[in-house]
Design a protein around this ligand. Structure first.
Ligand SMILES: [Zn+2]
Length: 368
């Protein structure tokens, strides 16, 4: 499961309402570079980034412009650039609450819980009445307190956190699966992330508390991998699949941090999590209804357990087809999606005819 997009969007919608007002406030004058803000508002992050850059050449000490540049970079999936712009905005104008809040959000998405909490504390002190900021801060503090009680297996590529001695063996197993899958998944997607990825093992209850994921989820990726390992000792093979599934999400995000439809993301994670794919055919044979792929762009978090299973199955069939048709071009295909192209455009570039792809998918899932 991959829930970063929905979770982040919910918080950002709230913060975005304050964007323009915040910029005005910080600049203490008329809104600078109105066209850049308009582009941001329309979701055209590339154009906004370019306009903010031009504005900053004229006024390099304008906090609002750094804030806008940070927002645009975040929209483009460039978290490191976003963090550096937002730090600049807060440094120039320490009373810029929206910039501090956005910095916290981006830091969290980037897996840096400490910076996320520090920035959100700053924001909360500046606007103590903002309930969303306070609630977010509480949630992150809870997460931080829980993790600080965990033991850790440090590593170059993976840092595995788990609770006490009873999960020590599981931690070792998870680390081993991660290390070996890193190369096979990296080869298929043509990407080998170099940053250290944090992986946290939770009891099922902790997992629900921290992620607020739907009850059917047993793993998640939102900048770090979270795994619900209750009952995992009974079925270690099932845990291995979840580990590989979430690792695929992490690698995809490395290749294409934005604009990847959920069916591509979940489909590839489902196909690459393990060799046995017979489950998808079984699920589809019993399904009363199959969703259109374009209705599966935004994540499956709102579906109930039975619907979600069908969504995963048909996404897995589509992803299997992508793997077969694209072969070594799968990495380039993902890069194109991340660059803002549609699935059909990216398929065409790799000499796969979109209408043939969709016709074959319909056939395989049993649609006319
Ligand atoms: Zn997933």
């Amino acid at each position: 499961m991959q829930r970063r997009r929905t979770a982040v969007r919910m918080l950002l919608t709230g913060i975005f309402l304050l964007t323009v007002a915040g910029a005005r406030l910080a600049a203490g004058q008329e809104l600078p570079e109105p066209e850049a803000w308009a582009a941001l508002n329309q979701g055209d992050h590339a154009r906004a980034a370019s306009l903010f850059r031009q504005g900053l050449e004229r006024s390099p000490r304008n906090a609002a412009l750094h804030y806008g540049a940070g927002w645009a970079a975040f929209g483009l999936g460039n978290n490191d650039a976003a963090i550096s712009s937002l730090k600049k905005a807060v440094e120039i104008d320490p009373s810029f609450a929206q910039a501090a809040a956005l910095l916290g959000t981006v830091a969290y998405a980037n897996g840096d819980l400490d910076l996320a909490i520090r920035s959100m504390e700053k924001a909360s002190a500046l606007v103590p009445r903002d309930v969303r900021i306070r609630q977010q801060l509480d949630q992150w503090r809870k997460e931080s307190a829980l993790h600080s009680s965990f033991a850790e297996r440090p590593g170059v590529r993976f840092r595995v956190l788990f609770e006490g001695t009873q999960q020590q063996a599981l931690g070792a197993r998870v680390q081993q699966v991660l290390e070996s899958s890193y190369w096979t998944i990296g080869k298929t997607l043509n990407s080998y992330p170099s940053e250290t990825l944090t992986v946290v093992l939770y009891t099922n209850k902790q997992f629900q508390d921290i992620t607020r994921a739907p009850a059917w989820a047993d793993g998640g990726y939102d900048g770090r991998i979270r795994l619900a390992v209750g009952g995992a000792m009974r079925t270690p093979a099932a845990l291995d699949r979840v580990v590989r599934h979430e690792l695929v999400h992490a690698v995809i995000e490395h290749v294409a941090p934005r604009n990847v439809p959920a069916w591509v993301n979940e489909g590839l994670a489902s196909v690459l999590e393990g060799p046995d794919q017979a489950w998808a055919a079984r699920v589809l044979a019993q399904a009363r209804e199959v969703f259109a792929l374009e209705d599966l762009s935004d994540g499956f978090g709102d579906l109930d357990g039975r619907e979600a299973l069908v969504a995963y199955a048909e996404s897995a069939v589509a992803a299997q087809l992508l793997v077969e048709r694209l072969g070594p071009n799968l990495g380039v295909f993902l890069q194109m999606l991340g660059g803002g192209h549609s699935v059909d455009q990216a398929l065409s570039t790799a000499s796969v005819r979109p209408e043939q792809f969709h016709a074959e998918w319909r056939k395989r899932v049993g649609l006319k």
